[in-house]
Design a protein around this ligand. Structure first.
Ligand code: NAD
Length: 429
């Protein structure tokens, strides 16, 4: 099938490459000409394991191309995906102006039947607005259907996830649109869940909010562990073995971050309020998440007393391992808070360094993890990259001025750390 993707970011680029790999003829469009030029020259604008190879393979097979205009997207694709950003506004509501702008542009170039798919994460009832907008701006009698097909990829394993989905949610109203979507996802037909558009939109917000709730829940339990002397990793293990609970997202730490969870929880709270429901439970999830960062900073302060002029090494800037994405990363907020308190921060991240440089001034970026440690009074661990887990403890100790570690991701064993002579604090243990 011919597929167009509008918005070639994390979601759009992965989706386009995956559709191409599934044998479809994919065109990825972005109005960022620099990004499109990079992709046409074979360079990746983002880091995502396996993506570069997938893009190269499908470009070579001529199943994946790039362009800069929505006109080209509309001429090419029978199915046209909207994958533009829906960033948060200060009110907590998502900014849907990119979705609106694309919908109007789609309408302008709608000359034959197209299935328009909202893949961007949007609040319930947005599908109705997209449909109205296209109807209003398109030529009278233009034929189209709007479909909701939320994206569940996880950055860091997006490509692998795409070929092994738990489910593919399709919200559609007409048989014609349903059939086209099922053909598109033919390889995963048994994973397709076909529902109405509003339910599909809600599935996305409810799923992400539920996962955020799990994270805040275990962080709340971590607090009880710290107060009572229990170990949250043992508690989480014991809980997670219950199949009704499951082990995933039961890791106590710095709380959730990234471009999705904070924004999607905020957006779900916002749309719920607009619809007349106070989602108090989720507001508590947000509060716990916020407090978790403050508690981490307090531990650093307790170790160092005054932060001014103290040398602090920070390992990890990306919001999680295996991605270069630093949007809403707890690590960025921690670096900024330490910097504002007068500390001399030296940070390192294996992939997120360049993105961090564009949002974080007044700290030093180290060329490698060891450089960051030289003469440090304290090491703060903010992202659980594998190379940090496997670090050589003797080398850490030799490089630091004082072997003090505050670990926001529980990557090491407190008993072992103590035996090796580190002052080591983690979360809920
Ligand atoms: N990143 C994730 O892990 C993830 C997972 C699931 C869902 N989502 C959702 O998917 C959507 C996209 O997220 P993302 O992380 O890929 O965002 P992104 O910022 O990486 O990409 C969005 C892209 O859209 C482009 N764009 C904006 N307006 C355009 C226009 N008029 N024409 C063409 N291109 C345009 C931008 O230049 C950018 O490249 C969001 O709603 C997000 O919540 C993201």
């Amino acid at each position: 099938m011919k597929v167009s993707v509008i918005g070639t970011g994390y979601v759009g680029l992965v989706s386009g490459a995956v559709f191409a790999e599934l044998g479809h003829d994919a065109l990825c469009v972005d109005n960022d000409e620099r990004k499109v030029k990079m992709l046409e020259q074979g360079h990746m604008p983002i880091y995502e394991p396996g993506l570069e190879e997938l893009v190269a393979k499908n470009r070579a097979a001529k199943r994946l191309r790039f362009a800069t205009t929505i006109q080209e997207a509309m001429e090419h694709g029978d199915v046209v995906f909207i994958c533009v950003g829906t960033p948060p506004l200060p009110s907590g509501a998502p900014d849907l102006s990119y979705v609106d702008a694309v919908s109007r542009d789609i309408a302008k170039h709608l000359t034959k039947y197209r299935v328009i798919v909202e893949k961007s994460t949007v609040p319930v009832q947005t599908g109705e607005k997209v449909k109205l907008t296209i109807s209003k701006y398109a030529k009278a009698g233009s034929e189209f259907d709007v479909v909701s097909n939320p994206e569940f990829l996880r950055e860091g394993s997006a490509v692998a996830d795409a070929f092994n989905p738990d489910r593919i949610v399709i919200g559609a109203e007409t048989q014609r649109a349903k059939d086209m979507m099922l053909n598109l996802y033919d390889k995963f037909r048994d994973k397709c869940v076909v529902v109405d558009i509003k339910s599909s939109e809600l599935i996305k917000h409810a799923s992400n909010s539920f996962l955020a709730l799990k994270i805040s829940f275990i962080n709340a339990v971590a607090n009880i562990c710290e107060l009572s002397g229990a170990d949250v990793t043992q508690v989480a293990r014991g809980m997670g073995l219950d199949q009704r609970i499951g082990p995933q997202f039961l890791y106590a730490g710095l709380g959730y971050g990234g471009s999705c969870f904070p924004k999607d929880v905020d957006a779900f709270v916002d749309i719920s309020a607009k619809l007349g429901y106070d989602f108090h439970l989720l507001r508590e999830v947000q509060r716990i998440n916020h407090v978790q960062l403050e508690k981490f900073l307090k531990k650093i302060e307790q170790e160092l007393w005054m932060l001014r002029d103290k040398k602090i090494a920070v390992w990890g800037l990306a919001f999680k391992p295996n991605t270069d994405d630093v949007r809403e990363s707890p690590a960025i907020k921690i670096c900024a808070a330490l910097r504002d308190a007068g500390a001399k921060v030296r940070a390192f991240d294996p992939k997120g360094q360049e993105n961090a440089k564009s949002v974080l001034a007044g700290i030093e970026f180290s060329p490698d993890m060891w450089h960051a440690l030289e003469g440090a009074d304290l090491l703060a661990i903010c992202t659980e990259w594998d190379e940090f887990r496997k670090a050589d403890f003797a080398r850490i100790k030799k490089l630091m001025a004082h072997p003090t570690i505050v670990d926001g991701r529980n990557i090491w064993d407190p008993v072992e750390m103590k035996k090796m002579g580190f002052a080591y604090r983690s979360v809920g243990r």
